[in-house]
Structure formats: structure tokens, C-alpha cells
Design a protein around this ligand. Sequence first.
Ligand SMILES: Nc1ncnc2c1ncn2[C@@H]1O[C@H](COP(=O)(O)OP(=O)(O)OP(=O)(O)O)[C@@H](O)[C@H]1O
Ligand SMILES: [Mg+2]
Length: 414
Amino acid sequence: MRVLLIGAGGREHALAAALNRDPQLEELHVAPGNPGIAAIALCHQINVDDNNAVIELAKKLLIDLIVVGPEKPLANGLADASRAAGIPCFGPSKAAAQLEASKDFAKQVMRDAGVPTAKFFTCTTKAEIEKALDTFGAPYVVKHDGLAAGKGVVVTDDREFALEHALQSSQVVIEEFLDGPEVSLFGISDGHNIVAMQPAQDFKRALDGDLGPNTGGMGAYSPLPWAPDQIIEETLTKVLNPTIREMEARGTPFIGLLYAGLALTNKGTKVIEFNARFGDPETEVLLPRLKTPLAQLLLKAATGNLKGETLDWSDDSAVTVVLASKGYPANPVVGEPIMGIAPVDGSQVFHAGTTLRDGILHSSGGRVLAVTGIGADLTEARNKAYRVISAITLLGSHYRSDIALNASVAEKGN
Ligand SMILES: Nc1ncnc2c1ncn2[C@@H]1O[C@H](COP(=O)(O)OP(=O)(O)OP(=O)(O)O)[C@@H](O)[C@H]1O
Ligand SMILES: [Mg+2]
């Protein structure tokens, strides 16, 4: 099988590594890729926001399957272009990707499908916004309707700030605050059938103790020793299946990765958000644990053949810690040399924002590397990830020291 993977981050590096392990994979091509991916796949420097350029490349390379990593090409209709050209694609159509690209659309689908989620109002005027804010009270949750690269959502006790944020967008969703631990649970869908992956948890805040600003994700771990046993089954029944059925009934089947961001509230599991692609950095803990051959799995999804499929997982635990540039997330400083990358047995270093200059690796993004440790339990996985990340030098860089810490302590206590 010849696969073309689209994207350039840590998620795509983890996808590339897992695709490469599939015995049926013959060639792995990635566009545009990054220096880490270039070590394990053939990279092509094309503009992946240009659907024609991607399809042309796929035809030239006789590609059997296109796998789309990031949300932007999906919202841009790359999956539609791929299927129109007769190339199976793991990724939702532009219409189905609205589950991520529009918060209001996702809320309507959940309402129609009976999926538990926060109560909400969609507002376009100042009067509607103020009424919604006062209906729910603090903490206020305000979401810009469109894709906002992680900057569209504000959760705050400050009514003035919430109002100001709401007024920056022509349409906003204002919703009830959900209390409780957050879990990410991914489903792989062929448009009619959906298979759930194992749950993972990510760390959104920049600093230890969940302090500091929101980021794209500073780390993750899986499995979750503290999570209720039935979480996968319950999410399948109450969230993933009804959503896939609703999308199918609307004539816009969802083919690809349905990411459910869940809050485990004292009133049950509720959906915080959907994304339409693999999440980062959860992918960097999930895929190293997945034993099911990934290229075959994603091809089955892309061609409507997932019925009866189950996933095979390693019993190991995985912990990912992200190395971020100085000043990330507000003002990341890039272009600094990176030294000391030396993976140990049972660890992987995924490139997220790196570039080669004169043969030397330099930082090129806010999140630079994602270091995954794998071990018999979370403590061992953590130790490996931290041993590797602490040996890496990048001027001014920072990482959290408490990724999976509480969960590893609780696991030991059991
Ligand atoms: N109703 C809610 N109650 C409490 N917290 C919430 C609520 N909605 C969102 N949040 C918090 O805000 C974060 C971001 O919200 P959301 O996931 O909708 O935004 P996003 O910008 O699409 O995020 P991502 O970049 O992960 O896709 C959530 O991870 C959660 O911590
Ligand atoms: Mg989102």
C-alpha cells in the first residue's frame, strides 16, 4: 500500500511512525513533513492548502490512501477533492468537518442526535450575548464559531472580558460551564461504523499545576488508570454512534477521526467539543500503544469497511511531554539550535516545530518536540520521557514537569 500523509507536526510524525509499522505499507509519502518525518518517510514540499497540488502529487505517486492530519486542509475540502479523484481518503468532507470548524454546527448536531453536552445559546448581537452570559452566570464560557487555532475559546469569571471576547466574532456560542476531569476519546469512522480508541488526557495549560495560558497541549498520557471502566462503551453508545448516525442521516457522512473532548461531570459524561482529526499531543501517546496495523485500519475506514473491526492495544503506558520554545504560547522565539536528542529504549522523539539549517536542527515553531516515554506503568513511562527531554538543550525552552504526575501517584497507590 502507498500512503500519502498530509501535515507537518508532532501528530504527523507519530502517524508516520505508526503507519510505517504496518507490514502492508510499501511506501510512505508525507507533504510537507518535517526533519523528523524525513528520517522515516519521503517528504514533498508542496502547498497542502492547494487541493489540486495534493491530488496531482497523489496521482503521480500512485497513492492508495490519503491521510489528512490537520484541520485546515479538511475545512478546505481536501477529502472531497481526493474522493472525487477516486483516491480513498481518511478525513471528513468539508461539510462533515464542520463538526470542528463550527461550534454552532456541532451543537446543532449534538442536539439533533441526543448527545449530552452543555446547554448553549448561539448569539450574533450584543443583547443576545449579554442575555446568554447572565442566564448561565460565571464561570463564563464563550466560543467563537469558526476555526481559531486554539484562540477562540475563553473560560473566565470576568464578565467584562467574556463580553469583550464575544464581541470580537460575528457569531459566538455561549454555554454552560462543565465541571469535572476532561478526557479525550477518539473514534475512527467509515461514515457508518465507528471504532473507539482508548481514552487519553492532555494538559492544555502552559505551566505546572494547570497554571498559565492555554496552549495547543503541553503533554498527554494513556491509559487513564482512574477513568471509569465503562467510559469507552458509554462514549460509543451516547456520543460516537449517535453523532455518526446523525451525520449520515444529514447526507454528510463523517469519514475519519472523530475526536470527542469529554467532561466527566457529576451529571454524567458530556461533550465539550468535537474535532475532526487526530488530536495533538494525544496521538503521540495513543499510536505508540496501538498494535492494530494502522495503514490497513485507516484504509478500511476510508473505504467503508470498518464493520466488526476491533482494536488491539499494548498494555504499556505512554506519557508525552512537549518541549516548547521560549515565550510560547504568547510570543515564541524560533530559530535556535537544538542539541542532545538521544532517545533511550522505549522512548520516541517526535518533531513538531523543527527545521534543518546547514545540517543542524533548529526550532521553527512554538511547540518544538514531543517526547514520548513508554513503560510498564505511568511512572516508568514518565521517567523515560523526562530522562530524554531533560537532556535536550534549546535556549530558553520550557516543558511542564507534572505531566501524568497525579495519575502515576494514584496508580502506585492502588
Ligand atoms: N462548557 C465548558 N465548560 C468548562 N470548560 C470548557 C467548556 N468548553 C470549553 N472548555 C474549556 O476550554 C477548552 C477549549 O475549548 P474547546 O475544546 O471547545 O476549544 P478549541 O479551541 O476547539 O480547542 P482545541 O484546540 O482543543 O480543538 C477545553 O479544553 C476546556 O478546558
Ligand atoms: Mg477544537
